[in-house]
Design a protein around this ligand. Structure first.
Ligand code: CMX
Length: 426
């Protein structure tokens, strides 16, 4: 058995040597070019970032440390955090020690909930989550050690400490957001005998006699954990962390990006879409009705939430994992059935519409229907689950970046006049 810290202590010197000699021997070689369209177009396809925790294959989807996410759906989120951070899955003893460590660090200072309670009643749950994380910043060990004068090759140690502290507390903060924002009564204590995701499910207070709600939350936390480093939330977290702003600042900033409707908020938008369909047609729509609704949405200039992706070009395996879960647990649920029919109806329409490069569903298309089935109907909250999960990847990236001494991010900007001159435009 090796604790996460022991394992990282063992592998970081090799990683540093590897990257150092790669840069020394091949540092001047080109790996990408940038076109004018890419400079204006969100840098899509430009290879200018490194992600060793996970990669997204356009055809196969998320690959975590060389393992396709479809092969990891039975794992616990904390096992995935160990995998993201070290490239290995923990053995049973290592997992237990990580779980104990998280449980010991899980108590949330009461000032966090005082701040959340003081927020306006109509605050968005993501604004509350990100505020809760930011308020916790006073606990940062990284910042304290930096103030005292820490050597650069030690940065990863307090980055790991901050990661464990934040991840340990995040389920209780997120569950607190749910209970405070939606008037669910007192906060619910964590149970030290439960795993990380099981505890989060418990603290939400949703009735769960079958245990399937907890299974859904664990699956949710595994599937959303990371998606290489160029997506808005991971990239924002990376950029903020590169200024040596500590992990709390970086994760809170990254999750502010997740709160956008083109990114993590799409899961909320998706359920809104499905419920609007059900309301308009008095339940599960026919194929013809859904076609009509989809075209009306597109013709009014809106996107179909949960469909399309900047990198993926096939159905997201994370959508398939949720769909399989729904087929097993709630095949007759109207909301789930509507999501399932959308999977048949929407892609051919998006192909005919001719704009989206990927007409297939992404992770956000089906997750909300399952939460809704279990009675978690406040869909404004759904992106918070995404955020808690994505923090796993953000923490792993942060530890990695601080262990390699990755410098501050600062790409060069050019002006339209310069571009015109450079490409010979009139
Ligand atoms: N519905 C309608 N139009 C769509 C579309 C969709 N689902 N997906 C893409 N398009 C349109 C784009 O708006 C764009 O239109 P314009 O040329 O008029 O600007 C065109 O198709 C080309 O876009 P693209 O290159 O295929 O997609 P992008 O890489 O620019 O954007 C994404 C990717 C996800 C923002 C986009 O597909 C989208 O808006 N999808 C709906 C929102 C969504 O589900 N987001 C969640 C993604 C996963 C996540 O991050 O959580």
């Amino acid at each position: 058995m090796a604790t996460l810290k022991e394992k990282l202590t063992e592998i970081i010197p090799g990683l540093r040597n590897d990257v150092k000699s790669l840069i020394k021997e091949h540092g001047n070689k080109q790996i990408s070019e940038v076109s004018v369209a890419q400079a204006y177009g969100g840098m899509r396809g430009v290879k200018g970032l490194v992600s060793d925790t996970s990669l997204v294959d356009p055809e196969k989807g998320l690959i975590i440390r060389d393992i396709p996410v479809s092969e990891l759906t039975e794992k616990l989120p904390e096992e995935i955090f160990y995998l993201l951070s070290t490239a290995e899955l923990p053995d049973a003893d290592t997992l237990k020690s990580l779980q104990n460590d998280l449980a010991e660090r899980s108590e949330v200072p009461s000032y966090v909930f005082d701040v959340l309670r003081a927020m306006p009643k109509d605050s968005h749950p993501m604004a509350m989550l990100d505020t809760g994380i930011l308020v916790l910043e006073r606990e940062s060990v990284f910042r304290k050690r930096y103030d005292e004068g820490m050597k650069r090759d030690e940065y990863w140690v307090p980055a790991l400490e901050d990661s464990l502290q934040l991840l340990a507390k995040l389920p209780a903060v997120a569950a607190g957001v749910y209970r405070i924002r939606f008037d669910k009564g007192d906060l619910i204590d964590s149970d030290p005998n439960l795993d990380w995701g099981g505890n989060y499910a418990r603290m939400l207070g949703i009735e769960d006699p079958s245990g399937e709600f907890a299974n859904l939350i664990k699956l949710y936390l595994v599937l959303h954990c990371d998606h290489e480093s160029g997506n808005v939330s991971a990239h924002t977290c990376h950029v903020v962390g590169s200024a040596l702003s500590d992990l709390y600042y970086a994760v809170s900033a990254g999750l502010n990006g997740l709160a956008g409707p083109l990114h993590g908020l799409a899961n909320q938008e998706c359920l809104k879409f499905v419920l609007a369909v059900n309301e308009k047609y008095g339940g599960v729509p026919t194929t013809e009705q859904l076609k009509e609704f989809t075209w009306d949405t597109l013709n009014s200039g809106k996107v179909i939430p949960g469909y399309g992706h900047a990198v993926l070009r096939k159905t997201d395996p994370r959508f398939i994992a949720f769909n399989d879960f729904g087929k097993r647990v709630c095949p007759d649920d109207d909301v789930f059935k509507t999501v399932d029919i959308m999977y048949e109806v929407v892609p051919p329409i998006l192909i005919e519409h001719g704009k989206a490069k990927n007409p297939y569903p992404n992770v956000d298309a089906g997750s909300g229907a399952l939460l809704y089935h279990f009675g978690l109907t406040e869909f404004q909250y759904y992106t918070v689950f995404f955020g808690v999960s994505r923090a796993l990847g953000m923490c792993a990236h942060n530890i990695y970046n601080r262990s390699l001494g990755i410098p501050i991010t600062r790409p060069k900007s050019v002006g339209t006049k310069w571009l015109k001159k450079t490409v010979g435009a009139a």
